[in-house]
Write a protein that binds this ligand. Structure first.
Ligand code: HEC
Length: 118
């Protein structure tokens, strides 16, 4: 269930049964979830210099994987484990270490989770 559907419903003012509206609003990691929004802001600030952080953009750094494709390389659980220490690191010398508070890690993961392609 995508959040886009909920957006369309909201934008068009489509009148639908409340039960369906509630289901749509409960869509996983909706873009209007404040935690997801915080994650988006964090990656835009700290990561978008190199990584594509949106759903369509290309990575400015040609070796940095677009965030929407990360789950193709790692299960997101593995990413969560890797970030759990609060140190977001990569073996790549170009990528600076980013030290995040637990709530920031959670937000970044929520955002990354919300944009994954299958
Ligand atoms: C200065 C450029 C740069 C910035 C800024 C940057 N990265 Fe990266 N990142 C890279 C590159 C290059 C790679 C590819 C590493 C590789 O394939 O060896 C990478 C890889 C990754 C990976 C895949 C793990 C891996 O080792 O392959 C993750 C996850 C990641 N970055 C997360 C982040 C997050 C989250 C931020 C922001 C907090 C961030 N990066 C900021 C350059 C950057």
């Amino acid at each position: 269930m995508s959040c886009r559907m909920a957006d369309i419903v909201k934008m068009t003012g489509l009148r639908i049964a409340p039960a369906i509206a509630a289901l749509l609003a409960a869509g996983v990691a909706c873009a209007h979830d404040p935690v997801v929004e915080e994650g988006r802001a964090l990656v835009e600030l700290n990561c978008s210099r190199c990584h594509a952080v949106g759903v369509r953009d290309a990575s400015p750094h040609d070796q940095a994987p677009p965030f929407r494709t990360l789950s193709q390389r790692y299960p997101l659980d593995a990413l969560e484990e890797a970030f759990a220490s609060g140190h977001i690191t990569s073996a790549h010398p170009d990528m600076p270490d980013f030290v995040a508070r637990p709530d920031q890690v959670e937000a970044i993961l929520a955002y990354i989770g919300s944009i994954q392609e299958d």
